[in-house]
Design a protein around this ligand. Structure first.
Ligand code: CA2
Length: 150
């Protein structure tokens, strides 16, 4: 648990790489998981990687990792802009939280410019494409003072 990063993906991200590649790129969520695992491994960490379209499931995973894990990387999908419940769950966490968006939400519709989740996040990434997840894993490793084999 202490060496595990929880990586959470919210609604519709199961379609990554299969729809709207002009916004979200060609990599699938499986590709992203493999990249995150390789990055974490280089720092002696492991990854638990999940996706759900259900708000309650995301909250339950946050509860399981809120204390004692290496940290949480979360792309809450559209729940970013709507979910006080996910914000409240993240606000109980004692571990670093990196909010990660594939697209640059600030360049998109006005309703994507506000994030409830950012109020609880340690750091926020947007517009790095799927590489943002790798950067998030690396940042959590950095916060732990780990030297990587990369
Ligand atoms: O840029 C991001 O990562 C977002 O969190 C993605 C969310 C969107 O609601 C946020 O504003 C920004 C949408 C995720 C939908 O994922 C899809 C991926 C591929 C094809 C269709 C949907």
């Amino acid at each position: 648990m202490n060496d595990t990063i929880l990586i959470l993906n919210g609604p519709n991200l199961n379609l990554l790489g299969k729809r709207q590649p002009e916004i979200y790129g060609h990599e699938t969520l499986g590709d992203v998981e493999a990249l995150c695992r390789a990055e974490a491994e280089a720092f002696g960490l492991t990854v638990d990687f999940h996706q759900s379209n259900a708000e309650h499931q995301i909250i339950d995973w946050i509860h399981q990792y809120r204390v004692g894990s290496a940290g949480i990387v979360i792309n809450p999908g559209a729940f970013t802009h709507t979910s006080i419940a996910i914000l409240d769950a993240l606000a109980t966490c004692e571990v670093p939280i990196v909010e990660c968006h594939i697209s640059n939400v600030h360049k998109r519709e006005a309703f994507r410019h506000h994030s409830y989740v950012s109020l609880a996040a340690t750091a926020v990434l947007a517009g790095f494409g799927t590489h943002g997840y790798v950067l998030a894993v690396r940042h959590i490793s950095h916060l732990r003072g780990l030297q990587g084999q990369v």
